[in-house]
Ligand binder design. Structure first.
Ligand code: EPU
Length: 417
């Protein structure tokens, strides 16, 4: 097991450079299989989720060449094999291979995807998209056998703006015959990034970033060069860190607009932040006031920043209310924050935070990726030593975490026990 040991209570200053977006990269990589030619991705984050995707690509015969921050994907000799469950259950994004293999070969057999255990996370909307586009689906003990004589464009309204279902619809629609229109689509910047890459490959996608996406299918797609957008969740986590312990902490290589929901809330709290063209500078102070948040799809407050933000609210003055509308089970960091001195109660999907508490170091357990991030921030703010167990989750989504934090003055060590 991997643990993080943190000596908290230090002021952090300097610059943290943000890497490529995990949730873009994990969609772009499977989408690269739609062509038989090479695609080069740059700004690829150095996280374990990308290592798992590389293992999956290599398993199906794709040649992958990785160098610092770049990845060349060459599917020339790939085969349509069943990805072992031991690999596909390691991450949610494995179900993007459902879409890319179905679109490429007209059939795919693949297991139910993995991912953080933060709710039930069904895939009914993806299956609905595949059916609408002409696929037949058989399920046997979590193995999905999906096939189509011909994939044909269709008009689909998603029941909710699911990121995963939108990605899968965009991937399959790009190769389906005719026009696909997705209503109630997710509007996340990662969807726009995917559409931009596919358009470079020769697809015809318009409306990405809005609730209605139109795709005119194209039989043959080509390789391309694509630079992945910065990770808004990694960036947001460090911006929150700046509001906790920063002294001129600069978060750079970001698209500030992608963080508007967060920075608006930080302004409401009275935070000292300066927003520049591609960076944000944050200074901590002791007079932040509590605010209420409700998680929503983009451009609303992102669920992936809810847990890190709760750490900040625990130290702000007054009462804050947090409503988690996306997942049933995304408060698993809270018992550990309370162990560290926070005063937070939960009822179903609502957390009530009574703030201005001093945090102290403790032994805690990271239950999922963003819970780890929440506890990491708490450990950096707390007096004394914090040990976070199970930080394998954290390494799935935050690259070079100890290096980035040590460079700005944190005392933090990653250990294997
Ligand atoms: N949902 C359904 N049916 C579906 C799909 C989704 O009921 O077919 C529900 C889910 O249960 C959930 C909600 O709709 O309650 C949102 O799910 P969505 O499909 O939008 O999320 P996802 O594609 O599974 C991606 C990110 C998550 C991020 C969400 C929301 C990836 C690989 N994962 O998940 O990222 O929280 O969008 O923005 O892109 C993370 O990075 O920590 C993370 C969990």
């Amino acid at each position: 097991m991997k643990v993080l040991e943190i000596e908290g209570g230090r002021t952090l200053s300097g610059t943290i450079r943000i890497g490529g977006a995990k949730n873009s990269a994990v969609a772009l990589i499977p989408a690269c299989l739609l062509t038989n030619n090479k695609t080069t991705l740059t700004n690829v984050p150095d996280i374990t989720d990308i290592n798992v995707l590389t293992d999956i690509l290599e398993y199906v015969g794709v040649k992958v060449t990785r160098a610092s921050g770049s990845m060349i994907i060459d599917p020339e000799n790939m085969e349509n094999k069943i990805i072992p469950e031991s690999l596909s259950s390691k991450l949610r994004a494995s179900y993007y291979f459902m879409a890319s293999l179905l679109a490429k070969y007209g059939k795919v057999s693949i297991h139910f995807p993995g991912g953080c255990k933060i709710g039930s996370r069904p895939i009914d909307q993806t299956l609905k998209v595949f059916k609408a586009l002409g696929a037949n689906i058989e399920e046997e003990e979590f193995l999905f056998n999906i096939s189509a004589d011909e994939l044909k464009g269709a008009e689909i309204t998603l029941d909710m703006p699911s990121v995963g279902a939108t990605v899968n619809a965009v991937i399959v629609g790009s190769k389906a015959k005719g026009t696909t229109i997705i209503h109630n689509a997710a509007r996340e910047p990662e969807i726009t990034d995917l559409a931009n890459m596919l358009n470079k490959m020769g697809a015809h996608i318009t409306g990405a970033g809005t609730s209605t996406i139109k795709i005119v299918g194209e039989e043959v797609l080509d390789g391309c060069f694509h630079d992945i957008i910065p990770d808004r969740i990694e960036a947001g986590t460090y911006v929150i860190l700046g509001a906790l312990v920063g002294s001129y902490l600069r978060i750079e290589n970001i698209i500030p607009e992608h963080l508007n929901a967060l920075t608006d809330k930080l302004h409401e709290m009275g935070a000292d932040i300066e927003i520049n063209q591609d960076s944000i500078v944050v200074n901590a102070h002791d007079n932040l006031i509590g605010v209420n948040i409700k998680t929503l799809g983009y451009p609303g407050f992102p669920t992936d920043l809810q847990q890190p933000f709760v750490t900040l609210l625990a130290t702000a003055h007054g009462k804050s209310i947090v409503e988690e509308t996306i997942y049933e089970n995304r408060f698993m960091n809270i018992p550990y924050l309370n162990k560290m001195g926070a005063n937070i109660s939960t009822k179903e999907r609502v957390a009530t935070i009574l703030g201005a508490n001093k945090l102290h170091g403790e032994e805690v357990i990271g239950t999922d990726l963003r819970a780890c991030a929440s506890l990491l921030l708490a450990g950096l703010k707390a007096d004394g030593k914090t040990v976070i167990q199970n930080v394998e989750h954290l390494l799935r989504g935050y690259e070079e975490i100890t290096e980035k934090l040590s460079n700005v003055g944190a005392k933090i060590e990653l250990k294997e026990i």
